[in-house]
Design a protein around this ligand. Structure first.
Ligand code: CP3
Length: 385
């Protein structure tokens, strides 16, 4: 079996998992010197269409994966999850491995996304929270005053051994298919922590942000530390790319984003820059923020379906790949309509330096899985070079 990068019980890399130039793995993992062809898991994924597109290199076809591909749209997911609560599932490496692999097997997507949730690192450091079915994360004691920050201690790899173990198992199974690790960005995590649960208007979050900027900055900085540590665990265990989800930051105006959120997101993205794995950054309704979110330090900007990719690239500027952006609701339409809307996305992506095909937000739970499989096949066929 090829050597894996840092997975639990993985053999030490026999050769050299790094590659000079573009991507390198920091000395802690990569103990062998540069300039030879990579071996082990990184070499297996290095030439994948997904990582090439992220690096803005020529690709054999446009790579495809779907946000929320590992989840409720699949009957095999519902079956293995039966009787196990969401957070408990995230802590069982066998289940995490199986669920992460399910959409890869079924749809032939170009990348796997690690099955977990953005609140897992918060749970791991002892925040009293749960994920309620059909609702989302719910926090027992919302964070609104300075003393509440005591709930947020640093995260260490020992807090999430199940993540390291699952990624070790996964990279062995995935072979040449890259694994995307992920985390919630400070604003989106803060929104759950301050509101106490999902929120439409984020009123308590904004009240804190405007009313006590010092406490807000301290809260976001704490969350940036925790998020950075969580991403590092995933990369050191073998994730080939990471996505930072700032799902709800589209609720902010650009000036507020720049002043009150961007420093914390930039800190997270900078903290993993030296690993050389692509950093994807995504939020919903973030058309007005695309330029600033790109400036925060992403290599790939995720674009939701409200802004076409040719307009998005004007807002983001050169030097970044884009990811997106078919409206997930389109998948409820006819095959012809799905293909026509996909053609529109591909046409808008024609001039991009790098394009990763995705939906403009996560797969909706009642999506027909066959529509997703057909979509992967369609994009691959239409873009084969
Ligand atoms: O993308 C994947 O397939 C990997 C797994 C993944 C989950 N959550 C599994 C999950 C990922 C990447 C996430 C990220 C996540 N979690 C985000 C950012 C992405 C986004 O959609 O904007 C956010 C905001 C959360 C918080 C959260 N957790 C929400 C809003 C929900 C859905 C609530 C519901 O049930 O409608 C969850 C629960 C959750 N996370 C589920 C899954 C598969 C559903 C739980 C179940 O199957 O019972």
């Amino acid at each position: 079996m090829p050597g894996r990068l840092g997975g639990t019980g993985a053999p030490a890399a026999q050769g050299h998992p790094c590659r000079a130039g573009h991507f390198f793995i920091r000395a802690k993992i990569c103990r062998v010197s540069a300039n030879t062809r990579p071996t082990g898991q990184l070499s297996q994924t290095y030439d994948s269409a997904f990582l090439k597109a992220c690096r803005r290199e020529p690709v054999p076809h446009t790579p495809v994966w779907f946000m929320r591909q590992a989840g409720r749209s699949l009957p095999e997911y519902r079956k293995v999850r039966e009787g196990t609560a969401m957070l408990e599932s995230c802590m069982r490496p066998d289940l995490v491995t199986e669920i992460t692999l399910q959409p890869v097997r079924r749809h032939g997507v170009d990348a796997a996304i690690f099955f977990s949730d953005i609140v897992v690192p918060l749970k791991a450091i002892g925040v009293d929270l749960d994920i309620k079915p059909g609702v989302g994360p719910v926090v027992a004691r919302p964070i609104r005053r300075r003393e509440d920050l005591a709930q947020l201690r640093d995260l260490t790899p020992e807090d999430v051994p199940y993540v390291t173990e699952a990624i070790g198992m996964l990279t062995g199974e995935l072979g040449g298919t890259p694994l995307i690790g992920f985390a919630g960005a400070p604003f989106t995590l803060a929104s759950y922590l301050v509101e106490g649960g999902p929120s439409k208007n984020h009123e308590h979050t904004k009240a804190l942000m405007y009313g006590d900027p010092e406490l807000w900055a301290d809260l976001l900085d704490r969350l940036a530390e925790i998020t950075s540590a969580f991403l590092k665990v995933q990369i050191e265990a073998g994730a080939s790319a990471v996505q930072l989800f700032d799902s709800w930051v589209g609720a902010l105006a650009p000036a507020d984003y720049r002043r009150s959120v961007m420093p914390a997101s930039a800190k997270v993205l900078a903290s993993v820059a030296s690993y050389g794995v692509p950093r994807i950054h995504f939020g919903v309704g973030t058309g007005e923020l695309l330029g600033l979110m790109g400036e925060a330090g992403a290599d790939v900007m995720g674009v939701d379906y409200r802004v076409s990719l040719d307009e998005a690239v004007r807002r983001v500027g050169p030097g970044k790949a884009l990811q997106g952006n078919l409206d997930p609701a389109v998948l409820f339409s006819t095959t012809e309509a799905v293909e026509a809307k996909t053609d529109e996305v591909l046409a808008a992506a024609a001039g991009l330096e790098g394009h990763v095909f995705n939906l403009g937000h996560g797969v909706l739970p009642t999506t027909d899985p066959d529509a997703l499989t057909r979509l992967v096949e369609y994009v691959h066929t239409k873009t084969r070079r």
